[in-house]
Structure formats: structure tokens, C-alpha cells
Design a protein around this ligand. Structure first.
Ligand code: ADP
Ligand code: MG
Length: 451
């Protein structure tokens, strides 16, 4: 059932209950009034009867005189006078004035209490005059009164219900548009908007909804652009790895092939000294390829690198970039302590992305990588360069937001700012560290690697 119907039903129930209470009160008042009216009518009628009969006493009283006395009650609203003979026969009876529109029978039965009557014995065994109270006129009066009150109350109730229904309808109408808008958002359309008019309480909800939808729309736009950037970064990374494998591994593979082909020829000639030189060359080529493969793998999965500590991983990172940009000077000041896999990896990823950003965007001459443990329980990881600094029109990249996400998971924060005069950039991450975890000893590591 809709909220509007529920409220209306509740109010209608309350009005009906108050109507019932009013009805009961009216009934109670009505019976009392009728009782009072009937008893006082009998008292007044009894006096009037005695006054009417008194002038004829004590002498004989004729039938005509008696009938005149009885007929004085003709047309009375409440009293009926009856001449009853000594053998209990009704000889003559006055007529009560009937109401124009009598109350219904059920109401007469409901409101009529004990009957009221009085008697006056006539001399000479002429019988008696009986006075009876007839409540029909009084009941009709109560009924007319109640009908009027009922009509007023019913009109009032209808008016109240109509007003509440209209007011609720107006106030709740925007909720329908809110529900539609929520469905839109549920379907992924964040352009949904609702009008912020209406009662204060609802207007606050509409405003909140609009803010939420706008934020979701922004987040969606950002998400799309981050996804696009992620794809292009992945493409760049793949292209770089392909280039690396082609440029660095390709020539050595070719060299190994040439050397391997030469060996049988040299053996045929019996030039064993040359064979040994070739075999030595093959081993050198393979060693070079192994080391290069390790550096590619360590870029993809730094876990292996980190086994030897963040400081060692930072050295490898510097070596990777130095090989491509020999002019850049690297300065590494990293702690050898391990803070556990997750923290070490986060620290390395920040050094990795910070260095990549410095090289790609800053074109610096000098890059410093550092990790420092503070007494406050925070581990500080920083990458500082002396490149071109941050541009005012810096676009939101995936690298920085990725770093922020990683740090947020570790309860840390990231700040990035240009150096003095807008030259260089200082990237600084802070995250809480636990008790340093003990790195496995070199011996232990070797055993693990061989297994
Ligand atoms: N060391 C830096 N020197 C100059 N600009 C930087 C540096 N680091 C970050 N930026 C700026 O911040 C932007 C966002 O970096 P990032 O989130 O890593 O995205 P991306 O590297 O993919 O552009 C970069 O596009 C660049 O403009
Ligand atoms: Mg980047």
C-alpha cells in the first residue's frame, strides 16, 4: 500500500473513532434529555389535569366535562390523556401532535427508556384519566440535532481528508521522480537529476541525490579516462618489453647461433683453441641474456628483487634507467631493513613509478631515491628530481592515483610538489610500518630458490 493511502487510511480511522465517540456521547446526552423531558412533561401535565378537574369537584362531573378536560391535551407534543372507564375500557383519548418527519423506529427503540405516566381517579366510579408521556417528538428532536451535527462532522472529515490527500499528493509527487531517477542511476545513467523543490526534509534528500549522481558521473568519466590511460600504459610497457627483447636478446641469440654453427667447422679443422673461445663467447651471450631477462622479469614482478631488500631493488631500478639514459645521475639512500612483503612492495612500486615519472615527464639530470624510517612509526619513501617540475596543466594520470590507492590500502598518504622556482619534483609517500620483519638469510634464500 502506498504511503499516501496508508496515511489517509490512518487519518480516516482516527476520524471514524472520534465520530463513534461523538455518537456515543450524543446517545448518552439524548437518553438523559428525553428522560428529563418526559418526567417533567408528566409532572406539568399532572398539575394541569388536576387544575382542570378541580372546578368540577366535589359535585358530579358529566361525560361532556370529562371529555373537554381530556381534549385540552389534544395537540400536546409529549402527553396523551386517556379516559379509562372503571371496567378498564378506553373511552376517549387525546391526540399527540405527530412530528413532521418522525425519527426512525430503531432510534425510538434505542432512546426510549422507562415509560412515564400519571393517573387521576374520577369521582363516582367514573373511571380515571391516564396521562402518558410519548417520547416520539423528543426523539425526533434529538435525531434532527444529531443529523445536523453528523452532517457538519462528516463534511469536516471529508474536507480534512481531501486537504491531507492533496497536500500529501503534492509533497510526495517528487518522490516518484526520485524513484525514477534512482532507477536511472541503477541502470548506469548518472545524468539523472531531480528538482530540489518541495518540503524542506525532502528537498534535502533530492539535493543529496543530485550531488551523489553528479559525483557518480564524475567518477565514471574519471574511470573511463583512467582505463584509457591504463590501456595506453600497458601498450607502452608491452612495446618497451618487445623492443628490449628485440634489441637486447635478439643480437645475442643470433651470436649464439653463429657461434654454435662455427664450432663443428672448427672441430673439423682441429682448431680446439678456437672452439673453446667460441664456447666461452656462447656462455657470455647466454649470461648477458639471463641478466637482461632477469631485469625484464623484475620490472614485471618485483617480488624476486625485493627478496634482496628495497635498497637492492632500487639499485636495479636505477641500473635499468641508467642503461637507457646514461646522462641521468642516480642517488640512492634506501634502508636495508624489510618491513614485510606488502610494505616493501608498496615502497618499491612508489620508487618505480616516481622514477618513471621523473624520467618521462621531468627530463632531469639528477634523481634521488630514498626510504627513511621515522620514530613516529612512519616509513617515508621519496623520489626527488631536478627536472622541469609539475606543469600547471597537469593531467590526472593513472600512476599517481595508483600510488594513492596502494598507499590508502596500507593506511598511508602521498604528496607531490614542485621544488623551489617550480624546478624539480618531490614525491613523498608516508605509511605506517609494523615491527621490521626479518628477511631470510642468504643461505635460506638459496635453498628456497633451488627447490
Ligand atoms: N617528476 C615529474 N616531473 C614532471 N611532471 C610530473 C612528474 N611526476 C608527475 N608529473 C605530472 O603528473 C602527471 C600525472 O602523473 P601520472 O599519474 O604518473 O600519469 P602519467 O605518468 O601516466 O602521465 C604527469 O602526466 C605529469 O604531468
Ligand atoms: Mg606515470
Amino acid at each position: 500500500m502506498s504511503l499516501r493511502r496508508r496515511l489517509l487510511a490512518l487519518i480516516a480511522l482516527l476520524l471514524a473513532a472520534s465520530l463513534l465517540a461523538g455518537g456515543l456521547l450524543t446517545y448518552w446526552h439524548g437518553t438523559r434529555k428525553i428522560e428529563l423531558e418526559m418526567s417533567s412533561a408528566i409532572a406539568v401535565g399532572d398539575n394541569a389535569l388536576r387544575d382542570a378537574v378541580l372546578p368540577f369537584l366535589p359535585g358530579p362531573i358529566s361525560d361532556g366535562q370529562i371529555e373537554r378536560v381530556v381534549s385540552t391535551f389534544d395537540g400536546d407534543r409529549h402527553l396523551r390523556a386517556t379516559l379509562v372507564t372503571s371496567d378498564s375500557k378506553t373511552k376517549f383519548q387525546s391526540r399527540v401532535r405527530p412530528p413532521a418527519d418522525p425519527a426512525p423506529g430503531w432510534l425510538q427503540r434505542l432512546l426510549t427508556g422507562t415509560p412515564h405516566s400519571a393517573e387521576l381517579l374520577l369521582p363516582d366510579e367514573r373511571g380515571k384519566i391516564v396521562l402518558q408521556a410519548d417520547p416520539l417528538n423528543e426523539v425526533t428532536e434529538v435525531w434532527e440535532d444529531a443529523k445536523l451535527k453528523l452532517a457538519i462532522v462528516a463534511g469536516f472529515c471529508t474536507l480534512v481528508l481531501a486537504m491531507i490527500s492533496v497536500t500529501l499528493g503534492r509533497a510526495l509527487r517528487p518522490l516518484e521522480s526520485l524513484s525514477l531517477a534512482l532507477q536511472q542511476v541503477g541502470g548506469g545513467d548518472y545524468q539523472a537529476h531531480v528538482s530540489e523543490s518541495g518540503p524542506e526534509e525532502l528537498a534535502a534528500i533530492y539535493k543529496g541525490f543530485n550531488t551523489m549522481a553528479a559525483k557518480l558521473a564524475d567518477a565514471e568519466v574519471q574511470n573511463r579516462s583512467l582505463n584509457a590511460q591504463l590501456n595506453s600504459i600497458q601498450d607502452e610497457e608491452r612495446a618497451e618489453i618487445a623492443r628490449d627483447l628485440h634489441d637486447e636478446v635478439g643480437p645475442f641469440l643470433f651470436a649464439v647461433d653463429v657461434d654454435a654453427q662455427t664450432i663443428p667447422v672448427l672441430l673439423d679443422r682441429g682448431a680446439t683453441a678456437d672452439v673453446s673461445a667460441r664456447s666461452q663467447a656462447i656462455r657470455q651471450s647466454v649470461a648477458h641474456m639471463q641478466s637482461h631477462l632477469r631485469s625484464v622479469l623484475s620490472r614485471l614482478r618485483p617480488g624476486m628483487l625485493l627478496d634482496l631488500g628495497v635498497s637492492h631493488a632500487a639499485e636495479q631500478l636505477a641500473a635499468f634507467w641508467r642503461a637507457r639514459y646514461p646522462a641521468i645521475q642516480f642517488d640512492i639512500d634506501c634502508s636495508d631493513e624489510s618491513f614485510g612483503g606488502a610494505l616493501d612492495e608498496t615502497a618499491f612500486r612508489i620508487l618505480q613509478e616516481g622514477t618513471s615519472n621523473a624520467v618521462r615527464h621531468g627530463k632531469p639530470a639528477h634523481i634521488s631515491l630514498a626510504t627513511r624510517k621515522l620514530d613516529t612509526g612512519m616509513l617515508v619513501v621519496s623520489v626527488t628530481d631536478d627536472g622541469g617540475g609539475l606543469k600547471a596543466s597537469e593531467r590526472k594520470g593513472f600512476g599517481l592515483s595508483g600510488m594513492r590507492d596502494r598507499l590508502a590500502r596500507m593506511g598511508g598518504t602521498l604528496t607531490i610538489q614542485s621544488g623551489t622556482n617550480g624546478q624539480g619534483v618531490c614525491l613523498r609517500a608516508e605509511m605506517p610500518y609494523m615491527q621490521p620483519a626479518r628477511r631470510p638469510s642468504a643461505e635460506h634464500r638459496d635453498t628456497a630458490n633451488n627447490s
